[in-house]
Design a protein around this ligand. Structure first.
Ligand SMILES: Nc1nc2c(ncn2[C@@H]2O[C@H](COP(=O)(O)OP(=O)(O)OP(=O)(O)O)[C@@H](O)[C@H]2O)c(=O)[nH]1
Ligand SMILES: [Mg+2]
Ligand SMILES: [Zn+2]
Length: 333
């Protein structure tokens, strides 16, 4: 039997089990609602989602475990909802409109939301694991596309001496020129946290990046009581490490909200047209319409404003390389 056939059967089996669980969850939610005293629904904010249950923050800041009606679609961390108090918990009965949503395509190419109602995306980088510029660029394009601020946080400054620290920062200095703030910190020593607090104030920010760069450690350092982070929100790996398994929202005492997210190896953007891709690069967007040919690929065409800017040092070669790489992936459109 071919591998493919087997995995198809497995997929069908998984789909059946999921559908069964979905129906069971729905039945549970409905029966809880039926037993309730029909008090009016209240507003809430989704703190974290674990499978078919949610931790929701209510109007008084209290948290309540909620089931949800399964026809509401994908509910994620940061969502605003209406929930109905029932015996020992709640049932989410409505999903309110989102300001923004960060998503990524699943295996089938459908957009899957990761977090909602964010206003800032902070890409966390560290000397170890070695950063990949391509991943960084993909995240910043996602931020541009959903219309939220992008920023870079260089963590683990304590691993570097003064000159290495300057070199590391210099490596990303061109992002600052593009309007993405650069903040160098150490979650371990808490060095540099004040500028980060300032940057987070007034925003709902999501921390994203490779696994192990220190997103959870940073949130730990930013929160007054670190123990808030532990418990069921992160799971221990065999290596004695904690790796985040679900996006989780925290409120900062000094203002703002911050979402921890599971680390990734890669972040795929959905299908984008060339135009949409160019819009994701502020430095390319600024040159819109200035190439001689309006379908210029910025590779070898005469009169290319982008190549001219590259030669003049106004566009970083790595950024243009990312663009070409992504343009290839998104094919001919
Ligand atoms: N030296 C040093 N180590 C750090 C710092 N921040 C985090 N670490 C360490 O880096 C490792 C990974 O930290 P995490 O906070 O779990 O990283 P993460 O980005 O949340 O990882 P995922 O949840 O898997 O995405 C841990 O061993 C931390 O102790 C730092 O500023 N300096
Ligand atoms: Mg983590
Ligand atoms: Zn061009």
């Amino acid at each position: 039997m071919s591998r493919r056939r087997l995995s198809k059967q497995q997929r069908a089996r998984i789909a059946r089990i999921q559908e069964q669980r979905r129906r069971q969850a729905d039945a549970r939610a409905e029966s809880l609602l039926g037993n309730g005293d029909a008090s009016p629904p209240v507003a809430g904010r989704v703190i974290v989602r674990h499978g078919r249950s949610l931790l929701v923050r209510g109007p008084q800041g209290e948290t309540v475990h909620c089931l949800f009606r399964q026809n509401l679609g994908e509910i994620v961390c940061g969502d605003r909802v209406l929930w109905q108090p029932v015996d020992g918990g709640g049932v989410v009965v409505a999903l309110l409109e989102r300001d923004t949503v960060l998503s990524r395509p699943d295996h089938a190419g459908h957009d899957k939301p990761i977090a909602a109602n964010i206003s800032q995306l902070v890409v966390v980088l560290a000397p170890r694991p070695e950063p990949t510029g391509f991943l960084l660029d993909q995240y910043l394009i996602a931020a541009e596309r959903i219309g939220v601020r992008g920023a870079l946080c260089l963590n683990k400054a304590d691993l570097l001496d003064d000159s290495e620290r300057a070199t590391f920062r210099q490596r990303f200095a061109h992002y600052e020129q593009l309007g993405y703030p650069l903040i160098q910190v150490s979650a371990k020593t808490t060095q540099g946290l004040d500028p980060l607090f300032e940057r987070l104030r007034g925003h709902t920010s999501i921390l994203v990046g490779q696994s192990g760069v220190g997103k959870s450690s940073l949130i730990n350092a930013l929160l007054p009581s670190p123990e808030l982070l532990e418990g069921d929100l992160s799971e221990a790996t065999g290596l004695g490490r904690h790796t985040t398994s679900a996006a989780t929202l925290y409120t900062l005492e000094r203002g703002g909200e911050i979402i921890d997210s599971p680390g990734v190896r890669s972040f795929r953007l959905g299908r984008l047209t060339r135009q949409e891709l160019e819009d994701g690069f502020p430095e390319l967007r600024a040159l819109r319409g200035q190439c001689r040919f309006n379908d210029c690929t910025h590779q070898h065409e005469p009169g290319c404003a982008v190549r001219k800017a590259l030669e003049a040092g106004r566009i970083h070669p790595d950024r243009l390389a990312s663009f070409h790489h992504l343009a290839e992936q998104t094919a001919d459109r």
